[in-house]
Design a protein around this ligand. Sequence first.
Ligand code: SF4
Length: 80
Amino acid sequence: MTRVDSDQAACRHADPDLFFPVGTGVPTRTDIERALRFCRSCPITDACLQYALEHDHRYGIWGGTTPQHRRTHYHQESPR
Ligand code: SF4
């Protein structure tokens, strides 16, 4: 699996489900940590994060960030 179209992605052979953890329990947190470990060793983290932000990917691990991290640090809430 490649989160972005690159054979440099550290996650290119990882299980895609790892990057879309479901739930809030300990197994989910363990999956999130495992996914983030891939990102920490990835040479295209910045490009991956930029891709996720540009395409408004609200779910999954992208560029070393969780959805909550992206919401907190990168998205402005639009006025309703
Ligand atoms: S930053 Fe993380 S999710 Fe993005 S390509 Fe690299 S390992 Fe995959």
